[in-house]
Design a protein around this ligand. Structure first.
Ligand SMILES: [Fe+2]
Ligand SMILES: [Fe+2]
Length: 276
Protein backbone atom coordinates (compact mmCIF):
# COMPACT_ATOMS: atom_id res chain seq x y z
CA UNK A 1 0.00 0.00 0.00
CA UNK A 2 1.43 3.35 -0.96
CA UNK A 3 1.22 6.60 0.95
CA UNK A 4 -1.87 7.72 -0.93
CA UNK A 5 -3.78 4.83 0.58
CA UNK A 6 -3.59 6.44 4.00
CA UNK A 7 -4.95 9.81 3.01
CA UNK A 8 -8.24 11.06 4.31
CA UNK A 9 -10.35 13.32 2.14
CA UNK A 10 -13.57 15.02 3.09
CA UNK A 11 -16.84 14.64 1.23
CA UNK A 12 -19.15 17.45 2.22
CA UNK A 13 -18.93 17.57 5.97
CA UNK A 14 -18.04 13.92 6.33
CA UNK A 15 -14.44 12.72 6.37
CA UNK A 16 -14.14 9.81 4.04
CA UNK A 17 -11.23 7.41 4.17
CA UNK A 18 -9.79 6.34 0.89
CA UNK A 19 -8.83 2.74 0.56
CA UNK A 20 -5.97 3.10 -1.83
CA UNK A 21 -7.31 3.30 -5.35
CA UNK A 22 -10.34 1.18 -4.68
CA UNK A 23 -12.19 3.54 -2.38
CA UNK A 24 -15.94 3.84 -2.93
CA UNK A 25 -16.64 7.56 -3.09
CA UNK A 26 -19.97 7.63 -4.84
CA UNK A 27 -22.59 7.30 -2.15
CA UNK A 28 -26.34 7.20 -2.04
CA UNK A 29 -28.48 8.09 0.94
CA UNK A 30 -31.58 6.10 1.70
CA UNK A 31 -34.29 8.39 3.06
CA UNK A 32 -36.83 7.62 5.77
CA UNK A 33 -39.28 6.13 3.34
CA UNK A 34 -36.61 4.02 1.76
CA UNK A 35 -36.34 6.31 -1.24
CA UNK A 36 -32.86 7.03 -2.44
CA UNK A 37 -32.14 10.69 -1.88
CA UNK A 38 -29.29 13.03 -2.69
CA UNK A 39 -26.61 12.90 -0.06
CA UNK A 40 -24.08 15.67 -0.58
CA UNK A 41 -24.58 16.65 -4.21
CA UNK A 42 -24.83 20.39 -3.79
CA UNK A 43 -26.60 21.25 -7.00
CA UNK A 44 -29.41 23.44 -5.78
CA UNK A 45 -31.35 25.09 -8.57
CA UNK A 46 -30.64 28.64 -7.56
CA UNK A 47 -29.52 31.66 -9.49
CA UNK A 48 -26.81 30.86 -11.99
CA UNK A 49 -23.87 33.20 -11.76
CA UNK A 50 -21.85 34.03 -14.81
CA UNK A 51 -18.67 32.04 -15.21
CA UNK A 52 -15.64 34.14 -14.33
CA UNK A 53 -13.86 35.91 -17.20
CA UNK A 54 -10.70 34.28 -18.38
CA UNK A 55 -7.65 35.57 -16.56
CA UNK A 56 -5.36 35.96 -19.52
CA UNK A 57 -5.67 38.69 -22.11
CA UNK A 58 -6.23 36.96 -25.40
CA UNK A 59 -5.62 34.01 -27.60
CA UNK A 60 -3.86 34.99 -30.76
CA UNK A 61 -5.26 32.07 -32.68
CA UNK A 62 -7.50 29.10 -32.22
CA UNK A 63 -5.13 26.76 -33.97
CA UNK A 64 -4.95 23.35 -32.43
CA UNK A 65 -1.82 21.36 -32.04
CA UNK A 66 -1.62 17.99 -33.70
CA UNK A 67 -2.63 15.31 -31.32
CA UNK A 68 -1.04 12.12 -30.32
CA UNK A 69 -2.77 8.99 -29.20
CA UNK A 70 -4.19 9.07 -25.70
CA UNK A 71 -2.01 7.30 -23.17
CA UNK A 72 -3.54 4.34 -21.42
CA UNK A 73 -3.63 4.16 -17.68
CA UNK A 74 -2.96 1.08 -15.67
CA UNK A 75 -4.40 2.51 -12.46
CA UNK A 76 -7.86 1.61 -11.35
CA UNK A 77 -10.42 4.30 -10.78
CA UNK A 78 -10.63 5.68 -7.26
CA UNK A 79 -14.40 5.57 -7.26
CA UNK A 80 -17.10 3.12 -8.07
CA UNK A 81 -20.83 3.19 -8.05
CA UNK A 82 -22.10 1.25 -5.05
CA UNK A 83 -25.86 1.36 -5.39
CA UNK A 84 -28.57 1.90 -7.94
CA UNK A 85 -31.59 0.33 -9.52
CA UNK A 86 -32.17 -0.40 -13.18
CA UNK A 87 -34.27 2.39 -14.71
CA UNK A 88 -37.05 0.08 -15.88
CA UNK A 89 -38.14 -0.63 -12.30
CA UNK A 90 -39.21 2.86 -11.35
CA UNK A 91 -39.70 6.09 -13.23
CA UNK A 92 -38.73 8.26 -10.24
CA UNK A 93 -35.26 9.72 -10.06
CA UNK A 94 -33.37 6.93 -8.38
CA UNK A 95 -30.02 8.09 -7.18
CA UNK A 96 -27.87 11.13 -6.83
CA UNK A 97 -24.18 10.81 -7.44
CA UNK A 98 -22.10 12.42 -4.75
CA UNK A 99 -19.21 14.55 -5.90
CA UNK A 100 -16.27 14.43 -3.48
CA UNK A 101 -15.48 17.90 -2.13
CA UNK A 102 -11.93 17.97 -0.81
CA UNK A 103 -10.80 21.24 0.73
CA UNK A 104 -7.02 20.81 0.75
CA UNK A 105 -4.18 18.64 -0.45
CA UNK A 106 -1.44 18.43 -3.07
CA UNK A 107 -3.00 19.91 -6.19
CA UNK A 108 -1.59 17.10 -8.33
CA UNK A 109 -3.27 14.45 -6.18
CA UNK A 110 -6.55 16.35 -6.09
CA UNK A 111 -6.64 16.78 -9.86
CA UNK A 112 -5.76 13.13 -10.41
CA UNK A 113 -8.60 12.06 -8.10
CA UNK A 114 -11.03 14.05 -10.26
CA UNK A 115 -9.62 12.53 -13.44
CA UNK A 116 -10.29 9.05 -12.11
CA UNK A 117 -13.79 10.22 -11.11
CA UNK A 118 -14.41 11.38 -14.68
CA UNK A 119 -13.34 8.00 -16.04
CA UNK A 120 -15.77 6.22 -13.73
CA UNK A 121 -18.64 8.57 -14.56
CA UNK A 122 -18.03 8.06 -18.28
CA UNK A 123 -18.22 4.30 -17.76
CA UNK A 124 -21.53 4.75 -15.93
CA UNK A 125 -22.87 6.90 -18.75
CA UNK A 126 -22.27 3.96 -21.09
CA UNK A 127 -24.07 1.57 -18.73
CA UNK A 128 -27.75 1.25 -19.69
CA UNK A 129 -28.62 0.05 -16.17
CA UNK A 130 -26.96 2.97 -14.40
CA UNK A 131 -28.54 6.21 -13.24
CA UNK A 132 -27.55 8.05 -16.37
CA UNK A 133 -29.46 11.24 -15.51
CA UNK A 134 -27.76 11.53 -12.14
CA UNK A 135 -24.40 10.61 -13.61
CA UNK A 136 -24.73 13.19 -16.39
CA UNK A 137 -25.57 15.91 -13.87
CA UNK A 138 -22.66 14.93 -11.63
CA UNK A 139 -20.16 14.76 -14.49
CA UNK A 140 -21.29 18.15 -15.79
CA UNK A 141 -20.85 19.83 -12.42
CA UNK A 142 -17.55 18.14 -11.62
CA UNK A 143 -16.11 18.78 -15.07
CA UNK A 144 -16.97 22.47 -15.20
CA UNK A 145 -15.81 23.12 -11.63
CA UNK A 146 -12.59 21.17 -12.20
CA UNK A 147 -11.62 22.87 -15.45
CA UNK A 148 -12.59 26.39 -14.42
CA UNK A 149 -10.56 26.06 -11.22
CA UNK A 150 -7.58 24.77 -13.21
CA UNK A 151 -7.76 27.74 -15.57
CA UNK A 152 -8.23 30.32 -12.84
CA UNK A 153 -5.80 29.03 -10.23
CA UNK A 154 -3.51 26.25 -11.41
CA UNK A 155 -2.43 27.08 -14.94
CA UNK A 156 -1.59 30.75 -14.20
CA UNK A 157 0.39 29.82 -11.09
CA UNK A 158 2.39 27.15 -12.92
CA UNK A 159 3.04 29.66 -15.69
CA UNK A 160 4.35 32.22 -13.19
CA UNK A 161 6.67 29.54 -11.82
CA UNK A 162 7.84 28.74 -15.38
CA UNK A 163 6.70 25.17 -14.88
CA UNK A 164 4.57 25.38 -18.03
CA UNK A 165 4.76 27.74 -20.99
CA UNK A 166 2.16 29.83 -22.78
CA UNK A 167 1.42 27.16 -25.36
CA UNK A 168 0.73 24.51 -22.74
CA UNK A 169 -1.58 26.86 -20.85
CA UNK A 170 -3.52 27.87 -23.96
CA UNK A 171 -3.68 24.35 -25.32
CA UNK A 172 -5.15 23.16 -22.02
CA UNK A 173 -7.78 25.89 -22.25
CA UNK A 174 -8.59 24.93 -25.85
CA UNK A 175 -9.11 21.34 -24.79
CA UNK A 176 -11.33 22.42 -21.91
CA UNK A 177 -13.41 24.37 -24.44
CA UNK A 178 -13.72 21.35 -26.71
CA UNK A 179 -14.75 19.17 -23.79
CA UNK A 180 -17.27 21.73 -22.59
CA UNK A 181 -18.79 21.94 -26.07
CA UNK A 182 -19.13 18.14 -26.12
CA UNK A 183 -20.60 18.28 -22.61
CA UNK A 184 -23.20 20.82 -23.76
CA UNK A 185 -24.18 18.54 -26.63
CA UNK A 186 -24.67 15.74 -24.11
CA UNK A 187 -26.75 17.93 -21.78
CA UNK A 188 -28.99 18.89 -24.69
CA UNK A 189 -29.94 15.26 -25.35
CA UNK A 190 -33.56 14.82 -24.29
CA UNK A 191 -33.36 11.17 -23.33
CA UNK A 192 -30.60 8.92 -22.06
CA UNK A 193 -31.57 5.79 -24.03
CA UNK A 194 -31.05 7.07 -27.55
CA UNK A 195 -28.34 6.69 -30.14
CA UNK A 196 -27.86 10.45 -29.98
CA UNK A 197 -27.08 10.17 -26.27
CA UNK A 198 -24.63 7.32 -26.85
CA UNK A 199 -22.91 9.27 -29.61
CA UNK A 200 -22.68 12.36 -27.39
CA UNK A 201 -21.17 10.28 -24.57
CA UNK A 202 -18.52 8.90 -26.88
CA UNK A 203 -17.68 12.31 -28.28
CA UNK A 204 -17.27 13.70 -24.76
CA UNK A 205 -15.28 10.65 -23.73
CA UNK A 206 -12.90 11.08 -26.66
CA UNK A 207 -12.28 14.75 -25.89
CA UNK A 208 -11.99 14.26 -22.15
CA UNK A 209 -9.75 11.19 -22.21
CA UNK A 210 -7.41 12.93 -24.60
CA UNK A 211 -7.24 16.00 -22.41
CA UNK A 212 -6.66 14.32 -19.09
CA UNK A 213 -3.93 12.17 -20.61
CA UNK A 214 -2.16 15.15 -22.07
CA UNK A 215 -2.66 17.26 -18.95
CA UNK A 216 -1.18 14.57 -16.72
CA UNK A 217 1.88 14.35 -18.94
CA UNK A 218 2.52 17.97 -19.88
CA UNK A 219 1.12 19.97 -16.94
CA UNK A 220 0.99 17.74 -13.87
CA UNK A 221 4.46 16.36 -14.44
CA UNK A 222 6.06 19.83 -14.37
CA UNK A 223 3.94 20.58 -11.31
CA UNK A 224 5.50 17.52 -9.67
CA UNK A 225 9.06 18.38 -10.59
CA UNK A 226 9.29 22.16 -11.05
CA UNK A 227 7.43 23.56 -8.04
CA UNK A 228 7.77 22.92 -4.33
CA UNK A 229 5.45 20.82 -2.23
CA UNK A 230 4.42 23.99 -0.38
CA UNK A 231 3.31 25.55 -3.67
CA UNK A 232 1.41 22.39 -4.61
CA UNK A 233 -0.35 22.41 -1.24
CA UNK A 234 -1.26 26.10 -1.57
CA UNK A 235 -2.49 25.49 -5.09
CA UNK A 236 -4.51 22.52 -3.85
CA UNK A 237 -6.30 24.72 -1.35
CA UNK A 238 -6.99 27.42 -3.95
CA UNK A 239 -8.15 24.94 -6.57
CA UNK A 240 -10.43 23.08 -4.15
CA UNK A 241 -11.90 26.31 -2.81
CA UNK A 242 -12.82 27.60 -6.25
CA UNK A 243 -14.07 24.17 -7.35
CA UNK A 244 -16.36 23.93 -4.32
CA UNK A 245 -17.62 27.48 -4.80
CA UNK A 246 -18.51 26.64 -8.41
CA UNK A 247 -20.30 23.48 -7.32
CA UNK A 248 -22.32 25.66 -4.93
CA UNK A 249 -23.28 27.83 -7.93
CA UNK A 250 -24.85 24.92 -9.81
CA UNK A 251 -22.10 25.15 -12.40
CA UNK A 252 -23.24 21.93 -14.07
CA UNK A 253 -26.58 23.39 -15.13
CA UNK A 254 -27.15 23.72 -18.84
CA UNK A 255 -27.48 27.49 -18.43
CA UNK A 256 -24.06 27.76 -16.81
CA UNK A 257 -22.42 25.44 -19.36
CA UNK A 258 -23.88 27.48 -22.21
CA UNK A 259 -22.26 30.59 -20.77
CA UNK A 260 -18.91 28.84 -20.42
CA UNK A 261 -19.06 27.65 -24.04
CA UNK A 262 -20.15 31.10 -25.27
CA UNK A 263 -17.19 32.67 -23.47
CA UNK A 264 -14.85 30.13 -25.09
CA UNK A 265 -16.24 30.95 -28.53
CA UNK A 266 -15.77 34.66 -27.85
CA UNK A 267 -12.19 34.00 -26.78
CA UNK A 268 -11.48 32.07 -29.99
CA UNK A 269 -10.90 28.75 -28.23
CA UNK A 270 -13.29 26.72 -30.37
CA UNK A 271 -12.60 25.87 -33.98
CA UNK A 272 -15.50 25.80 -36.44
CA UNK A 273 -15.52 21.99 -36.29
CA UNK A 274 -16.30 22.13 -32.57
CA UNK A 275 -19.25 24.49 -32.94
CA UNK A 276 -21.39 22.23 -35.07
FE1 LIG B 1 -7.65 18.21 -15.05
FE1 LIG C 1 -7.84 20.23 -17.48
Amino acid sequence: MNAAAHKVRSVGEQPLPLSGEKGALLLFDVGQAGVLEPAHLNLTRTAVDDPPPRAKASHPSSSHSSRTACPRYGRRATVRRVAGRPPHRDSRPMTAVTIPRPVAGDVVDLILDDHRLFEQLLRDLRDATADREGTRAALSAALIAHGEAEEQDVYPALRRKDAIDKHEQEHGEEEHAEGNQALLDLLECKGTDTQKFDDAVEKLSEALMHHIGEEEQTILNPARTEVSEKVRQDLGTAWASRRNALLDQDCGSIEFVKKVVARAEKDGLLSSDDES
